[in-house]
Design a binder for this molecule. Structure first.
Ligand code: DHB
Ligand code: MG
Length: 233
């Protein structure tokens, strides 16, 4: 699926920059993370500054103390989220890409967040199974917020696992669930759009969530963020 690069020259692109300049200014740490990610050959698909600020605000608004992120990339969104944590708060993030994890660990160190952020390397699915065991045996508390931003093909498989990891009232956020509109029935779908579309259907019908998708259009093109609150028991 082609991403909408020309949007940079449009009114929508200008407005994204207008918003980011005013509400989501990147400090030297976040600029360094962007540069090191680019220089390290990582795909240019981290969340935008405004999306990072949105994640930060969500974490703050629910008073998140324990955050899980799937898909670390260079650590850009992990840093936005970790900055919303209180002193004793923790974020764990996992990526399968060895190079990304290496860059992210350096960036977390550069950001002064090594006490709060753990970057794991490995398969998300088996890590989720490990975390479920740890939570069931009360070795770790459940998560207040989970941000899914890794392989879209596997979003459906992740959904029931992350549900077991969230506390009642916890917040699930999932990036890239609109994929330029390719989740619409009848459109051509690649594996990522197919995963996102299946995830959306499962989430919409899921008895444990109240959910919505925010359609997003900006410098990253046309996509969407799913937001779901796990029901209280
Ligand atoms: C892709 C992945 C992302 O997480 C994103 O925000 C945009 C694009 C991708 O794999 O195409
Ligand atoms: Mg994403």
């Amino acid at each position: 699926m082609a991403r909408l690069r020309p949007i940079k020259q449009t009114l929508i692109g200008s407005i994204d920059r207008y918003i980011d300049e005013r509400f989501a200014e990147e400090d030297y740490v976040l600029k360094h993370v962007k540069n090191s990610s680019r220089n390290g050959g990582l795909a240019d698909i981290a969340v935008s500054p405004g999306q990072g600020k949105f994640l930060y605000l969500q974490a703050k608004m629910i008073g998140a103390k324990h955050i899980l992120e799937l898909g670390t990339l260079g650590g850009y969104s992990a840093i936005w989220l970790a900055r919303a944590l209180p002193k004793t708060g923790r974020l764990v993030t996992i990526d399968n890409d060895v190079d990304a994890v290496d860059i992210a660990r350096n960036n977390i160190r550069f950001a002064g967040l090594t006490d709060k952020v753990e970057v794991k390397q490995g398969q998300a699915l088996s890590f989720l199974e490990d975390l479920i065991k740890d939570i069931k045996s009360a070795q770790i508390p459940p998560f207040d917020l989970i941000f899914m931003d890794n392989d879209k093909q596997n979003y459906p498989a992740y959904l029931d696992r992350v549900t077991e990891l969230l506390r009642p009232g916890g917040l699930l956020l999932a990036d890239n669930v609109i994929r330029g509109g390719h989740v619409l029935p009848g459109t051509s779908r690649d594996a990522k759009a197919d995963g996102a579309a299946t995830f959306n259907e499962l989430l919409a019908e899921h008895p444990e969530y109240e959910a919505i998708i925010l359609q997003q259009v900006g410098l990253k093109g046309h996509d969407g963020l799913a937001m779901a609150r796990k029901r209280d028991q």
